[in-house]
Design a binder for this molecule. Structure first.
Ligand SMILES: [Fe+2]
Length: 358
């Protein structure tokens, strides 16, 4: 089946562009349409945390690598200052769109996006953010969701698509870890190693995804696919720190890992952002295939001083601006993933056979 996303309407594009404060901005270019369906993916690029006011030389390297698809993993603009306003969020997106490199990517490379707190609208925000519907409207408009897009008929911005024929199918599942998330338990020692901002809260009433998204996720995981990229703004299996992550709600994290087992979902790889660091992680447990996580965070402002324990991390943190790529070698049945510098130099690489992920 060929699915095609509509272009951003001319009127709404002009409205977004005119929201850019204080400067004349050309109407936004239409986003390249995403075509889910038969053609197999060869290469996906992924990144997060883009300050629209900072230089973005990284787009040139990403474009030179010719990805089939770019996945925006959240904090795609920074617009979480309070009091929140729709016009400031629109201006932030318009500012991003005015970057020549981003504009070229937007025109030429199909894109998928999920949000994190800074484009959702509230730093470390969850379900109680008062303007999440306004923010969602702007999000869907900017990322080119069609008028009949399923996300317009339900709460949140979670979304999934599958690409490629049987045997070469990549499923991309974008999880909304903001719209439904319960309040987190604040740390008792701000900045303390391993509990920098939050403590694990095993309250069974608390949720990361909310019941409807959980049900949807189970249905998605039961669909056939050879590789499944589960995109979460916040880190999933990474441990060793007390910033935001699925580890803040450990029962929800266990539920996710148990759901993958129960559904028999093969080929799961997590993609995450938020942290202003890059890293590869591997979670191994007896009787289950290894789960990898690729955190790619900091396309314009990585955290150069970052240090943290990484019990399940592969190699050191990446503390310079970077993005990630995933290359699907269908002939050899292998997946290669990499973190690359803003000039396209590989910083971390790893390769797995698809047989290892089942
Ligand atoms: Fe974030």
């Amino acid at each position: 089946m060929l699915a095609r996303r509509s272009f951003l309407g001319a009127a709404s594009a002009a409205a977004l562009a005119s929201a850019a404060a204080g400067c004349a901005v050309a109407p936004l270019a239409a986003p390249a349409p995403v075509r889910a369906g038969h053609a197999p993916l060869r290469k996906v690029a992924f990144g997060s945390c883009i300050d629209q006011n900072k230089p973005q030389p990284i787009w040139d390297a990403i474009l030179a690598g010719k990805p089939d698809l770019f996945v925006f993993g959240g904090d795609n603009v920074y617009a979480s200052a309070q009091p929140w306003s729709r016009s400031r969020l629109q201006a932030a997106y318009a500012q991003l769109a005015s970057d020549p490199g981003f504009a070229r990517l937007r025109r030429t490379v199909p894109q998928l996006a999920i949000w994190d707190d800074n484009d959702y609208g509230l730093n470390d925000g969850g379900a109680d953010f008062a303007y999440k519907q306004d923010s969602k409207d702007v999000f869907l408009e900017f990322w080119g969701a069609a008028r009949d897009d399923e996300r317009r008929r339900r709460a949140g911005v979670y979304h999934a698509l599958r690409f490629g024929p049987p045997g070469q199918t990549v499923q991309i599942v974008l999880l909304d870890c903001r719209s439904f998330r319960s309040p987190l338990r604040a740390t008792d020692q701000s900045g303390g190693a391993g509990k920098e901002r939050y403590l694990p809260d095993p309250d069974p009433a608390k949720t990361m995804l909310g019941p409807t998204q959980w049900q949807w996720l189970e249905e998605q995981l039961r669909l056939p696919a050879d590789i499944r990229l589960l995109v979460s703004g916040v880190q999933v299996i990474a441990t060793g720190h007390g910033w935001e992550s699925w580890g803040n709600l450990p029962l929800e994290r266990e539920r996710l890992l148990a759901l993958i087992e129960r559904t028999g979902a093969n080929g799961v790889v997590f993609l995450s952002g938020d942290r202003h660091i890059g890293a590869l992680y591997r979670d191994t447990r007896p009787g289950r295939y290894p789960l990898f996580e690729i955190t790619s965070s900091g396309m314009t402002h990585a955290w150069t001083q970052a240090r943290e324990a990484g019990p399940n991390r592969l190699g050191d943190l990446v503390t310079v601006n970077h993005y990630a790529t995933l290359e699907f070698d269908w002939e050899r049945a292998r997946l290669r993933f990499a973190l690359l510098s803003e000039t396209g130099l590989p910083l971390r690489t790893h390769s797995v056979s698809l047989a290892e992920l089942s």
